[in-house]
Design a protein around this ligand. Structure first.
Ligand code: PGA
Length: 255
């Protein structure tokens, strides 16, 4: 197992999806407090765009990010938000290629690659989400699907510390059924090799996260898995009571 480098500081990200209104600010404050207690861990929240600015003003120890961006900087795209817009509202990173965007909005690999470049151009770091369907896994094609998703989106010139990759098997998202430790380790080994082959030495600095039904019950096991540099957490990130223990486990897991 490769040693954890300084650029691969453990990363715990909450993805609030379409949840959270102004009355969630105390939750952001409590997550910020939890993050402050664990300086070895980098904590981030991908909040709805309506909360970006207030979340950014509330948080000191937590990075605030967007859940998606449009590939263009501005233009006639009703309902969309560009990279410079979310950056202007306090985002320092964005999720790109979440399966709920890939599937719900028929996003292609080319759309995702364009968004990654737009994020880079406007100073946002990226958490690229990849993951296979249950059908692909059962057909033995999971590794090939995930490798293709990464190869299509990762620019050859990318700095490894600028991009993280979240492996989120679609069948594990929001289902209460996380992948097994063995499956996570195997896929993360594929991802690490793919990063090396695309980016050379820079590939060592890309952080590899796991996402899909991460809870306070399974987080320690997942975070202790070889090749896992962090987690992307949906449902369990909505309340500080369930998210704070995951942040604490992230600190313990790499001791
Ligand atoms: P979940 O979502 O933790 O609720 O499964 C994870 C995600 O979609 O990022």
């Amino acid at each position: 197992m490769p040693a954890q480098t300084e650029s691969r500081r453990t990363l715990v990200v909450g993805n609030w999806k379409m949840n959270g209104m102004l009355d969630a600010l105390p939750t952001i404050g409590a997550v910020d407090e939890a993050a402050r207690l664990e300086p070895k861990v980098e904590v981030a929240l991908a909040v709805p765009a309506t909360l970006l600015l207030v979340a950014w003003r509330t948080a000191c120890a937590v990075r605030i990010g967007a859940q998606d961006i449009h590939a263009s900087p501005a233009g006639p795209f009703t309902g969309c938000l560009s990279a410079p817009m979310v950056a202007d509202a306090g985002a320092s990173f964005c999720l790109i290629g979440h399966s709920e965007c890939r599937l719900g909005r028929s996003e292609t690999d080319a759309d995702i690659a364009a968004k990654v470049l737009a994020a880079e151009r406007h100073g946002l770091s990226v958490i690229l989400c990849v993951g296979e369907t249950l059908e692909a896994r059962e057909a033995g094609k999971a590794a090939a699907v995930v490798r293709r998703q990464v190869e299509a989106a990762l620019p050859a010139h990318a700095r490894g510390s600028w991009i993280s990759i979240a492996y989120e098997p679609i069948w594990a998202i929001g289902t209460g059924r996380s992948a097994t430790q063995q499956d996570i380790q195997a896929m993360h080994a594929v991802l690490r090799r793919t990063c090396w082959s695309l980016l050379g030495a820079e590939g060592e600095h890309v952080r590899l996260l796991y996402g899909g039904s991460v809870t306070q019950e399974n987080a320690l096991m997942i975070l202790a898995t070889p090749y896992v540099d962090g987690v992307l957490v949906g449902g369990a990130s909505l309340k500080a009571d369930s998210f704070a223990p995951i942040i604490a486990y992230a600190s313990q897991a790499k001791d």
